[in-house]
Design a protein around this ligand. Sequence first.
Ligand SMILES: Cc1cc2nc3c(=O)[nH]c(=O)nc-3n(C[C@H](O)[C@H](O)[C@H](O)COP(=O)(O)OP(=O)(O)OC[C@H]3O[C@@H](n4cnc5c(N)ncnc54)[C@H](O)[C@@H]3O)c2cc1C
Ligand code: SF4
Length: 333
Amino acid sequence: MQPITYEKPETMEAAVRALGREDALFVAGGTTVFDLLKVNVMQASHLVDVTRLADPRLSAIEIGEEEIRIGSLVRMADLAAHPGIRAICPLIPQSLDLGASEQIRNMARLGGNVLQRTRCAYFREASFAACNKRRPGSGCAALEGHNRQHAVLGASDACIAVYPGDFPQALAALDARVETIGRQGRVRAIPFTKLHRLPDTTPHVETVLEREELITGFVIPRGPWMKRSLYLKIRDRQSYAFALASAAVALDLAAVGVVRDARIGLGGVATVPWRSAEAEAALKGHPLTEENAQRAADAAFAGAFARSHNHYKIPLGKQTLVRALLGAAAMEI
Ligand SMILES: Cc1cc2nc3c(=O)[nH]c(=O)nc-3n(C[C@H](O)[C@H](O)[C@H](O)COP(=O)(O)OP(=O)(O)OC[C@H]3O[C@@H](n4cnc5c(N)ncnc54)[C@H](O)[C@@H]3O)c2cc1C
Ligand code: SF4
C-alpha cells in the first residue's frame, strides 16, 4: 500500500479545491473507502475527510411542508432514528435499518452510502484480471463465472454487477434530488434516478458526478404516498447481508382501494438503484389486488435478462415486489 496524506477541510470550497489533485478522494465514514484502499481496488494518495465541514445544513434533517431535506453528512443511524421521518415515511428508516450493521450505520454518512461500490467478488479482488469496472477494457469475469448475486436488470455485456445499497432504492422511488457543489462553487440538483449511470460500455464510470463534485444533500418531495410505504429486503440470512432482491414501495390509495399513485424502487436485481415506471403504470387506476400486483411485477421484470446462476432473481424479484405491494396496501394508516 502506498503512503496516503490526509486533510480535514472546514469549508466546502476548500474540500472541492483539495480534490483538484488527481489522486485525491473524498472520504466520509470510510466504510467503503478504507475497505477498498486496503485491497488496492480503490487508489488514492490524498484523502479529503469531509466530516468536519462546518456548514450546519450538511448534518441537518429539515422537514418542510413541501419537502424534506437531508444533509449528506447525516449518519445512516441518525436518519433511521429520526422520529419525524419515521412518522412521515416508514420506507426511509426501514431501508436504512435493514442495511449493513449497527456499527457501520453509526459511521457511514448518506453521501457515502449512495456512492458505495458493488460487492461483485471479481471487482473486489484485485488479482482477478478481467473486470471492466476495475480495469477498463479487461473483460468481465462474472459473465461466465459465478454470477448468482448479479443483476438481471440494466446489465450490459461489459458488466452485470448489482448495485448493492438499500436506502438509494427509497430515494429512487420517492423522486429525490441530489444537491451538489463543484468547481468554482457551481451548485446543481440532479434527479436521484439520474445520478448512477447504467454500465453500458463504460462500467467504470458509475455516476454523472464530476471528480471534484461534493454531494451536499438530498431533497425528497412530500406526498400522500409516503405514509403507506415500506421496504422489503430478501437476503441469504436475516441480518448483515446484501439484498438478493428488495422493493421500496409507496402507495396512495383511494378509499375503495384503487391505486391513485404508486412509487416503486427495486434493489438487489439491477445495476443501478432501479425505478420501475412500468410497474407503477400497471397499477395506477386499478384496485390493489394480488392479481394486479402480480401484473405489475411481471411488467417490472419484462426486460430482465438472466445469466447462468441468477435466473432465480426474476421470480424472487417479482415475488418480493408482490409481497411489498400487498403489505403496503394492508397497512393501517
Ligand atoms: C460488511 C459490510 C456490510 C454492508 N452491508 C450493507 C447493506 O446491507 N446495505 C447497504 O446499503 N450498505 C451496506 N454496506 C455499505 C455501507 O452502507 C457503505 O459502506 C456506507 O454507507 C458508505 O458510507 P461512508 O460514509 O462510510 O462512505 P465512504 O467510504 O467514506 O465513501 C464512499 C464513497 O463515497 C464518496 N463520498 C463520500 N461522501 C461524499 C460526498 N459527500 N460527496 C461526494 N462523494 C462522497 C467517497 O469518495 C467514496 O467514493 C455494507 C458495508 C460493509 C463494510
Ligand atoms: S460484473 Fe462488473 S464488476 Fe463484476 S467482474 Fe464484471 S465488470 Fe467487473
